[in-house]
Design a protein around this ligand. Structure first.
Ligand SMILES: Nc1nc2c(ncn2[C@@H]2O[C@H](COP(=O)(O)OP(=O)(O)OP(=O)(O)O)[C@@H](O)[C@H]2O)c(=O)[nH]1
Ligand SMILES: [Mg+2]
Ligand SMILES: [Zn+2]
Ligand SMILES: [Zn+2]
Length: 399
């Protein structure tokens, strides 16, 4: 018996068969019946995603692979397709275009929220221009939240973020940010737009040690097509001794060593049967060392990490990426992080190291962006590598 393909919702990460996708009446006057469905709060939406707005009624039954269906109440036609589990409106062409869930995980204060904000900003601006790509919020909620809670906070107000609150907290059911990444690709002399749905879930560092949030995160990791694992060298004792003078190092409660975080993520992935014939996990993992601005003074001239590869031709530079990977592996030795490298080699079949700085400089003492502004450094590399692994972004040179 052929196995029916299940897809994962970019909002709740539950998986289901595409034909079970539901619809939501648009609550406009129906030309067919002269009736209009009323709007009301959707309990499921509220429960799952904390959405309290009034919306048209949800209905199920018609094959969810169709782009449209007629409401059984008012006979009006609707093109709003919804997730059968969380009732969020799904992106246009969901189930038809590639859908990739990217999980971002890391210890508390490792720099996830800052990184995600800067990464998305870069993708929408510089990187987007270089690759001829567009990145657009897939729903109003994503657009509004990205702008108000992330982008304006950091770029306009120059402020850093308080710790992200754990996903398990009942008053904090926050939907992930969902974007559509579009790229014009030439296939046999024809330009064809290609879309990939990307879902980012800004987890709280403590999500990986508190019991309540393990369930959400297990599902999140289980459905992920790619993982961005943020490791903070400032949380490694040997690396801390080498940092640029004046660097603030995180300390105190809740700070966990990168190798412990990696072990926990690995344990969760191993329980989900995500391994290949060699017994290694096949989900691609970008292992991203954050806050590299604290270490650039130690790098030698000609260091691959200091190179700024051109992105002009809109291809992922494989050779540059391999060079950085090897350099980070060397740095890991100096940072007494060989255990991380061994764990990666032994348990993952597709992984790559990256070194990034989202801010480009350490923050000020009162937790603000430095006066020099935000000068991101290699932040897009991990996402572009994952996209190139999915075949959504072309590469240069040998794979
Ligand atoms: N030097 C330097 N520090 C950074 C950089 N990015 C983040 N930081 C510092 O790390 C702190 C934590 O960053 P966040 O992005 O809020 O960390 P997080 O991983 O989201 O933390 P939780 O939400 O608590 O899990 C910031 O307040 C900054 O002090 C960077 O690029 N360079
Ligand atoms: Mg955070
Ligand atoms: Zn859902
Ligand atoms: Zn209706």
């Amino acid at each position: 018996m052929a196995k029916i393909k299940r897809i994962a919702c970019p909002y709740c990460y539950e998986t289901y068969e595409p034909r079970t996708i539901g619809f939501r009446c648009n609550a406009r006057l129906s030309a067919a019946s002269q009736k209009r469905c009323g709007r009301a709060r959707d309990e499921v939406l509220q429960d799952r995603m904390g959405e309290r707005g009034e919306v048209g009624p949800a209905f199920f039954g018609p094959d969810g692979r169709q782009p449209k269906a007629s409401c059984p109440e008012c006979q009006g036609e609707t093109s709003y397709r919804i997730c059968p589990v969380c009732h969020m409106t799904l992106p246009a062409q969901f189930g038809v275009v590639a859908n990739r869930l990217i999980a971002m995980v890391g210890a508390k204060a490792s720099g996830k929220t800052v990184y995600m904000t800067v990464l998305l900003h870069e993708m929408m601006n510089q990187v987007g221009a270089a690759y001829g790509a567009s990145l657009m919020g897939s729903d109003d909620n994503t657009l509004r939240r990205y702008r108000d809670d992330y982008q304006d906070h950091l770029y306009r107000d120059g402020q850093l973020f308080g710790g992200t609150r754990p996903a398990g907290a009942t008053d904090n059911r926050v939907a992930p940010l969902v974007f559509r990444f579009g790229l014009r690709r030439r296939v046999r002399f024809k330009e064809r737009p290609q879309h990939t749905v990307l879902s980012f879930f800004d987890t709280a560092g403590e999500d990986f040690n508190s019991r309540e949030s393990v369930e959400v995160n297990t599902r999140y990791l289980a459905s992920a097509d790619g993982i961005i694992l943020i490791l903070d060298p400032l949380q490694m004792p040997a690396a801390r001794r080498l940092v640029r003078e004046g660097t603030q190092v995180p300390g105190g409660e809740g700070v966990d060593s990168p190798v412990n975080v990696l072990s926990r993520v690995t344990d969760q992935l191993l329980t989900q049967d995500r391994t290949d014939s060699s017994g290694r996990i096949r989900t691609p993992v970008a292992v991203v060392f954050s806050k590299m601005d604290a270490f650039t003074h130690l790098l030698e001239r000609g260091s691959p990490l200091l190179a700024h590869p051109s992105q002009g031709d809109g291809r992922f530079d494989v050779e540059d990426s391999r060079n950085v990977h090897e350099e980070v592996r060397q740095l890991l030795k100096e940072w007494e992080g060989v255990a991380i490298d061994q764990l990666m080699e032994n348990t993952y079949s597709r992984f790559r190291y990256f070194g990034v700085s989202a801010l480009g400089a350490g923050p000020t003492a009162d937790a603000r962006v430095a006066a020099t502004g935000i000068q991101p450094y290699r932040v897009a590399d991990p996402l572009l590598w994952l996209l190139s692994e999915f075949g959504s972004v072309p590469r240069t040179g040998r794979g």
